[in-house]
Design a protein around this ligand. Structure first.
Ligand SMILES: Nc1ncnc2c1ncn2[C@@H]1O[C@H](COP(=O)(O)OP(=O)(O)OP(=O)(O)O)[C@@H](O)[C@H]1O
Length: 307
């Protein structure tokens, strides 16, 4: 049997539309699939926690139809002592984790293939702790500084509404980037990678990522790979706003890492501190902190896909 968790609100209602398409397929009816809807913002975490406790050995996989935010909640809610393969059916506005996994098909095709002939990916996700808080897991990246400012802008209800009215949902992150550029200022951070001595840098942003993509398809860390056992760490040193905009434009052609202000490191453990509350994002969800401890997970999570 399968569990299907649906966020109807993902991708500004795309989650519901895709669910209605899946419901019409023969595979949906011929398999034992129990469907659950998230009922409120952040509802997927409690739902996944309850479902993971009540399932027996007949559960073959948990399918998640939603955006990166929904998948993040499911991964964090699911009881780790009852591991189950996860299949992400990307219905959000960003869907960077699906890009990282190499998913390209339409959702109904992906759904069909995963039920009939799934391909397993075993991935070391990332764990993070913010200012001695609870340890949590991330799928895509933790982005500190400008990256967090962009996510924070993209999360504003008025901005989302404006983007939706203009049918620019796909371009929400680039649009938020242009807005955040107007007020963001570089921050000083102390960075410690693995057992190396700490370094102090004035940065526009620092992104610690499991795979190359962020912001809805920008290939920020070209050397990263979802099957790599270490993080890619992208650090962008303080630069002018014009140059930062040029940097993001060069991300589309994969040339930004050639810039003098951009460095790409690898690490299993990253500790970052600042002396001021700084915006950051985790899997696209914005927040604020002054300390982050980020480590590769010690065990792998299984994802099902068709490629
Ligand atoms: N029933 C619901 N009604 C309203 N909001 C919901 C509901 N269920 C979940 N949510 C919220 O919807 C938000 C958006 O979901 P999600 O992040 O998965 O999609 P997205 O933002 O469109 O895509 P992405 O994260 O890929 O950019 C999340 O903050 C989640 O908590």
């Amino acid at each position: 049997m399968y569990i299907l968790i649906v966020n109807p609100a993902a991708g500004n209602g795309r989650g519901l539309k895709l669910y209605q398409q899946l419901k019409k397929t023969s595979d949906y009816h011929s398999r034992d699939i129990q469907t659950f809807f998230t009922e409120a913002p952040a509802g997927a975490e409690a739902l996944a926690s309850d479902l993971s406790k009540s399932q027996g050995p007949s559960l073959k996989a948990c399918l998640v139809l939603g955006g990166d935010g929904t998948l993040h909640e499911v991964i964090n809610g699911w009881n780790p002592s009852r591991p189950v393969p996860i299949c992400f059916l990307p219905a959000g506005s960003g869907n960077d984790f699906a890009r990282g996994l190499g998913v390209k098909s339409r959702i109904p095709d992906l759904f069909k293939s995963v039920l009939r002939k799934p391909r397993e990916h075993h991935v070391y996700l990332g764990n993070y702790q913010v200012h001695n808080g609870q340890k949590r897991t991330f799928l895509n990246s933790v982005g500190i500084g400008f990256d967090g400012a962009v996510a924070s802008y993209a999360d504003r209800p008025a901005f989302r509404l404006w983007i939706r009215r203009l049918h620019l949902t796909k371009w929400i992150y680039p649009a938020a980037l242009v807005r955040a550029l107007q007020w963001f200022k570089a921050v000083e951070v102390e960075v410690k990678l693995d057992d190396q001595p700490p370094v102090i840098e004035k940065v526009m942003m620092m992104t610690i990522t499991n795979h190359p993509y962020f912001g809805g398809g920008m290939k920020i860390a070209p050397r990263a790979g979802i099957h790599h056992p270490r993080f890619s760490v992208i650090l962008v040193r303080a630069l002018s706003k014009r140059k930062l905009l040029a940097l993001f434009l060069s991300v589309f052609i994969g040339k930004h890492t050639a810039l003098r202000e951009v460095v790409e490191w690898e690490a299993d453990r990253v500790h970052v501190c600042t002396n001021q509350g700084t915006l950051f994002q985790v899997d696209g969800q914005p927040s604020r902190s002054d300390e982050w401890l980020i480590k590769k997970a010690s065990s792998k999570t299984t994802f099902l896909s068709n490629s």
